[in-house]
Design a protein around this ligand. Structure first.
Ligand code: G6P
Length: 610
């Protein structure tokens, strides 16, 4: 979604701002803009479309400045047109960029109109620019003006503000949307995401809820929600700009698919010892909490929700504890029942998804035993709001379609399910065998990645299709859902997933020779049932694609069918292994159809608005 980069420096900040915006492109956006304080006043360059369009504008009409704010916008209020692109300005003096939504913008707009301010956009953000200018023009400093302004705002925001009256200074503020301050010796920065600043610094302050930062060329001051100056810890980023390079790969998504063996090895590292999972990895007091847990509630969105659905099978099977999984945007608006001694688990790659964060905040008022975050970003809001956490170590994921974040979430959830199992009667020999299986996972994924060529061939059959049906049973049903999601989000082919047993209750009516059906067939206790479902589909003339475990692949397909033989793997890790060919299928189909694989239309990486 929207991205913010801002800088106060002695050198021209335009190259840093453009590089920062490019690093944020992965979040998804539809317009971009930069405002600068120059010798000739406040200048703004904004455009619908991509950052490269902005770059071309700067190349043809160079403008330089030492203080600047920049933004990529994902439209919420008002169409994605230049007029609505940020930065928003007031009286050519104050400029503002904003992530989030201001809910009381109508009321503020009426007030500001009555004061003589003229609105030039349809955005909610413009009220912030005028409100700051209203206070500032009456003699308040920029810092005080921002503090007065945010006191009036309802909703979620991360903002960066600058003024012609105070060059060399940017004010940042956050509530409900992430923001970091990047520190350097003689220049300072603000961004919504550290990726934007990795080429210029590795030292960051992660602002807390309600914080306001005054960022000057030589110095940064942070004030808390009560306006008191506070010291916030300076953290060192543990990865460099290289970690977000595409390298030899054509797309980030392909790179991230191939990074999965390493990402999973990293996620397991230090979490196992002597064939056991170390309970402390979940946080202080985890042993006692997991022992007391009598039920589990998981909330998540998107691919993270699919990961959670698989965890439900595991938790109920290994620990015998009831597990409910719900989409965060449903959970938070529903009167749900909290079972006694329930553990609340959130699953989120970014740790900033607005609905998951809101669900967590709500859950904290509802009497759960504790809350555990499974997340890929240690400094994220969701981790900070949770008592317990288990970090996935996927590294930065840039492709909008989640791949390595999803499979590392499954690893983290498997650790949780097994650990709950150990404290709730899972047979020790079985526990140890399952932990051993997890240890084989990086190797198993390296094996399944060798199917890339075969899947690329298979992808050609999908290029002109309009629809596709994915079938799975048991833990492979959510994997089929994830496969369908991958295909629809990056290739724009309509895809649905069904538990294979449900076929007869509706989707079979759709099956004919134009409907490709993809069946996920590991060697498990449901295989015979799945085979019958495959027969039902075949009998209707569907084009059938079967992903089958090598031990059972023989005889799975007939003349017209397509078969992908997946290397043998254990039942626990099978959902993770079978995910990879589905990721590759979606990837190759999207490449053949010529879509924007890493930044699919209308989608965003981190959904920070409801
Ligand atoms: C967006 C992303 C998905 C992701 C979902 C949940 O829709 O495009 O890839 O699964 O948000 O995000 P989270 O960061 O909470 O896992």
């Amino acid at each position: 979604m929207c991205g913010i980069v801002a800088a106060a420096a002695r050198r021209d900040v335009v190259p840093t701002l453009i590089a920062g915006l490019k690093a944020l492109e992965y979040r998804g956006y539809d317009s971009a803009g930069i405002a600068l304080l120059t010798d000739n006043g406040l200048t703004r360059v904004r455009t619908k479309g991509k950052v490269r369009d902005l770059e071309t504008l700067y190349a043809t009409q160079p403008v330089h400045g030492h203080t600047g704010i920049a933004h990529t916008r994902w439209a919420t209020h008002g169409a994605p047109v230049t007029m609505n692109a940020h930065p928003m300005a007031s009286r050519d003096t104050v400029a503002v960029v904003h992530n989030g939504i201001i809910e009381n913008h109508d009321e503020l707009r009426s007030e500001l109109r009555a004061l003589g301010f003229v609105f030039t956009s349809e955005t909610d953000t413009e009220v912030i620019a005028h409100l700051v200018e209203h206070h500032h023009s009456q003699g308040l400093s920029l810092l005080e003006s921002v503090q007065r302004t945010i006191a009036r705002l309802h909703g979620a925001y991360a903002i960066a503000v600058m003024s012609l009256r105070e060059p060399g200074r940017v004010i940042g503020a956050r509530r409900g949307s992430p923001m970091v301050v990047g520190l350097s010796d003689d220049e300072q920065f603000i961004a919504s995401d550290i990726h934007a600043l990795l080429p210029v610094t590795r030292r960051f302050i992660y602002l807390d809820e309600g914080d306001v930062a005054e960022v000057n060329i030589d110095q940064v001051r942070v004030f808390d929600a009560q306006g008191q100056q506070v010291e916030r810890t300076v953290k060192q980023a543990h990865f460099s700009a290289d970690a977000v390079e595409r390298g030899e790969y054509r797309h980030y998504m392909l790179k991230e698919i191939h990074e999965q063996p390493q990402a999973i090895a990293d996620t397991l590292e230090g979490r196992l010892s002597g064939g056991h999972i170390l309970t402390e990895i979940f946080g202080v007091g985890a042993r006692e909490l997991l022992t007391r847990t009598r039920a589990v509630q998981i909330v998540a969105c998107g691919s993270s929700y699919h990961a959670a659905l698989i965890a439900r099978y595991w938790i109920e099977a290994f620990a015998g504890l009831p597990c409910i999984v719900e989409i965060a945007s449903e959970y938070r608006y529903r009167q749900s029942v909290v079972m006694p001694d329930s553990l609340l688990v959130t699953v989120s790659q970014s740790g900033e998804t607005a609905d998951t964060l809101a669900a967590l905040k709500l859950a904290k008022t509802r009497g759960y035993l504790s809350e555990l975050a499974i997340c890929n970003v240690p400094e994220s809001s969701i981790v900070r709001e949770s008592k317990l956490s288990l970090m996935t170590r996927a590294g930065p994921e840039i492709g909008v379609a989640s791949t390595k974040a999803f499979t590392t979430q499954l690893v983290a959830l498997a650790l949780l399910a097994l650990e709950l199992g150990r404290h709730h009667g899972l047979d020790n020999a079985r526990y140890e065998a399952l932990v051993k299986q997890l240890e084989t996972l990086p190797g198993a994924l390296r094996g399944v990645l060798t199917l890339d060529g075969a899947i690329k061939q298979m992808a050609q059959h999908f290029v002109s299709k309009q629809h596709a049906l994915f079938l799975g049973r048991g833990t492979q049903f959510p994997i089929a859902m994830e496969g369908a999601l991958k295909l629809k989000e990056i290739s724009y082919i309509h895809a649905e997933a069904y538990p294979a047993g449900e076929l007869k209750h509706g989707p079979l009516a759709l099956v004919d020779e134009d409907m490709p059906v993809i069946a996920v067939a590991p060697n498990d206790h449901l295989l015979e049932k799945l085979k019958s479902n495959i027969e039902e589909v075949r009998a209707r003339g569907a084009e059938l694609y079967v992903l089958a475990d090598e031990d059972v692949a023989h005889g799975m397909t007939r003349d017209r069918d397509h078969l992908i033989t997946v290397p043998r793997c254990g039942e626990l890790i099978a959902p993770i292994v079978f995910t990879v060919p589905l990721q590759l299928l979606a990837y190759h189909v999207a490449v053949l159809r010529g879509t924007d694989v890493d930044q699919p239309r209308n989608l965003a990486k981190s959904v920070t608005v409801e």
